[in-house]
Design a protein. Sequence first.
Length: 180
Amino acid sequence: MKASNELRALRDAFGLFATGVTIVTGRRPDGEPVGVTANSLASVSLAPPQLLWCLQRESTSMDAFAAGRPFAVHVLKLDQEAQAMHFARRAAGKFVPGACSAGGAPAEPPHVEGALCRFECTVSALHPGGDHVIIVGEVGSVTAAAGEPLVFQGGVFGRFYPQPRARHVEAWETFSGDWF
Ligand SMILES: Cc1cc2nc3c(=O)[nH]c(=O)nc-3n(C[C@H](O)[C@H](O)[C@H](O)COP(=O)(O)O)c2cc1C
């Protein structure tokens, strides 16, 4: 067991890695909508199309993300910080009419309006990840919009500034040119 100052240092070090911010939505087996703010999203595979994110074992939303269940990942825009904080609360009934309605068909994962991108997924695998569960999703469809992403780094929200003369990098392809 690590001392609390070591845990703090590890947490701070993880926080140096800048990420986007997402809200992952789903429904419990009885249909109740759930939503969780998560920055642990990672792309996994193009063929088959897969992504992953990590959910704390103690999350009250766990039963919404069992194997085979549908869920949706919403990549947030710069102006969605308040929604990120809303869905970071441990509270039942985060979807309240007026504030955040659980839009969409009754059976599908709720929509977070105004997001940069929505990935519709099905839970294809669950892996143990210490105090988290690694949730792998098969991506069924993608809806993307124009806009700026919300960024999270060092425990604060911010925005992304491309380098002044940024070159477009095809990260999926092998790079064989000169960088320097
Ligand atoms: C920027 C940010 C990123 C977060 N990322 C994650 C994450 O990747 N996984 C996770 O389980 N919790 C993450 N959280 C915390 C959850 O949002 C929060 O614990 C959860 O919504 C609690 O509600 P629940 O019990 O309904 O899951 C994050 C919180 C913030 C503010």
